[in-house]
Write a protein that binds this ligand. Sequence first.
Ligand SMILES: [Ca+2]
Ligand SMILES: [Ca+2]
Length: 146
Amino acid sequence: MSIISKRLLGAAVVALGVLGAASPAQAVTLDFRTLYLFDDAGYEGAKVPVQTLEWNELGQFWVYRQVSKPEFPTFNDKTSSLINNDWRAWVVFDDKNYQDRRYCIRPGETVPNLSAQQFKFNDKISSALRLEGASCAGYPAFFTTG
Ligand SMILES: [Ca+2]
Ligand SMILES: [Ca+2]
């Protein structure tokens, strides 16, 4: 890992502390432009990045790279908490191929426990869609905006 990307990861952790609806109990290292799925509540257990990024060879551009398929075959029906460290909103779905119940998570939002009464979405996520902007664009959201 380059010095530049280490510096940026540090900045991402700071940004989460400011923006997060609930701060993780312990420091979690996060990449920008990535939705994170966690096996356990409270951002614990296996951490699965749905998208990450790379610094290109010229050192000039961000390069997007999918690290997990949208239907994450190895992490199906396991997610118990979420962090959106992307600048775009994401929608998570109960079924594969963006079907069935769904919730949108906006940039900087965190969901510490998907089993919460108002969501009832624990161990259900089977696909995730990255939206074109920061808005939920009509999708039902985990949190209402102030
Ligand atoms: Ca789980
Ligand atoms: Ca499911």
